[in-house]
Write a protein that binds this ligand. Structure first.
Ligand code: PLP
Length: 420
């Protein structure tokens, strides 16, 4: 369910006509629904209501806009961050440092120090050397860093290879078979308060089976670690729950997910941590775009829109599907290709797709663009950096200004030895 609906023949975001936003802010522009974020946050929490101790850390990589983060902070979420920049965003948006979890396979020593400076709640260690480095830094300050060890369960998430993170060949975590020995060595270090394990096997999961398999492996590891005398108080089960991008995709409901988690973790006796991203943000946003040209071709006509792969990278990166709908559909449909203006054939959003018939100047939306959309945008082809808007009932605000290409260019310098 989302908050972008037809009313009297025109698409609205909550109670704001999308044509008004296009008129006043221009296109392309991401449009978010505050109510959508809030509902998804509430539903996810509600799904886990039978689990005893739950800590929710929104994976801010999915959509790190400050206004979005403020909505999530108000909904009682902390943050899962993967860089110093994300950490500062979480804090700037009002999230408490103790509610921040720092994941990521390539944290620098400077970022580990930054996490300690800020007093974050937990570091998710990706490998032994990172734990040794964190211990050295923390012990040097007379501190013990709260942390867990991320394990790679070697489970196929059944998702796109580029967003799969839990197979043995992926770069994330330590092999679960090696975890007891690594855990034992890290647990002895003076600068660590090693308190449990973490796992995250990938994104856009449409089946609970790989998640359940992972959690069962994690449960077996817990038993081994406890048998070896370790005190385990926290387990981070990651994110990954999918959303509907396309009719026919039926991800598990929050209630189904929660029931599975409750069943598998019943006897664990730990605080459970979750890092949902896409599930919260995906269907809380659309990308609003204008049709520049409908270009005839020997095959299907090309609908050239003013959004491109630099604004929404997912189709080019992952062959991802985003539903495309006219903002004022006439009821007529046609088969077309949809592409942006960037000079790459990869800048194609859809091929041979039956869509609303659109003409030059019409407005349209790409749906389910709230996650991994604006945050991956670039200025490739010297295009402006896309703007973002949040709607709240009958009002809206620009929550990220469009950054003109000229401003980016102004940050570049031609050295004087090239102009002499
Ligand atoms: N946690 C970690 C460690 C991740 O790498 C990711 C994304 O891949 C997430 C959480 C969020 O995943 P999703 O947006 O699928 O919920």
């Amino acid at each position: 369910m989302d908050d972008f609906r037809l009313k009297d023949g025109e698409f609205y975001a909550e109670d704001v006509p999308l044509s008004r936003i296009a008129e006043e802010v221009g296109t392309p522009v991401y449009v978010y629904s505050r109510a959508g974020f809030e509902r998804h946050a509430r539903d996810f929490r509600e799904g886990l209501k039978t689990c005893a101790r739950v800590h929710l850390a929104y994976a801010i990589k999915a959509n790190p806009n400050l206004a979005v983060l403020r909505v999530m902070a108000n909904a009682g979420y902390g943050a899962d961050v993967v860089s110093g920049g994300e950490l500062e965003r979480a804090l700037a948006a009002g999230m408490a440092a103790k509610d921040v979890v720092f994941s990521g396979v390539g944290k620098t020593r400077a970022e580990l120090t930054q996490g300690l400076d800020r007093g974050i709640g937990q570091f998710n260690l990706e490998h032994e050397a990172e734990g040794v480095a964190l211990s050295d830094i923390a012990a040097g300050r007379g501190e013990r860093a709260p942390c867990v060890l991320r394990v790679n369960p070697d489970v196929d998430a059944g998702t796109h290879a580029k967003i799969s993170t839990g197979k043995a060949e992926n770069k994330f975590g330590v092999a679960i078979a090696d975890a007891p020995a690594i855990y034992a060595r890290l647990a002895r270090l003076p600068g660590l308060d090693l308190r449990g394990v973490a796992s995250h096997i990938g994104s856009q999961l449409l089946s609970l089976a790989p998640m359940e398999a992972t959690y069962r492996r994690v449960g077996a590891l817990l038993a081994d670690l406890r048998a070896a005398g370790h005190r385990i108080s926290h387990v981070d089960l990651g994110g990954g729950l999918g959303v509907t991008y396309r009719a026919g995709e039926t991800p598990p409901s929050d209630a189904e997910y929660g029931a599975m988690v409750a069943r598998v973790t019943r006897d664990w006796g730990v605080a459970l941590m979750f890092e949902p991203g896409r599930r919260i943000a995906g269907n809380a946003g659309v990308l609003l775009t204008r049709v520049l040209w409908v270009k005839p071709s020997p095959g299907n006509p090309w609908v050239i829109v003013d959004a491109a792969m630099n604004d929404l990278a997912r189709p080019a990166l992952y062959d991802a599907w985003h539903d495309f709908e006219a903002v004022s559909p006439s009821g007529e449909r046609f088969v077309a290709n949809i592409a942006g203006p960037v000079c790459e054939s990869g800048d194609t959003f859809a091929k041979g797709r039956k869509i609303d018939r659109v003409a030059d100047g019409d407005l349209a939306i790409f749906r389910t663009a709230g996650a991994y959309g604006a945050t991956m945008a670039s200025t490739y082809n010297s295009r402006d950096l896309v703007a973002e808007v949040m709607v709240d009932g009958g009002r809206y605000a620009v929550v990220a200004e469009r950054i003109p290409a000229a401003r980016i260019m102004a940050e570049e310098h031609v050295p004087e030895w090239l102009t002499a």
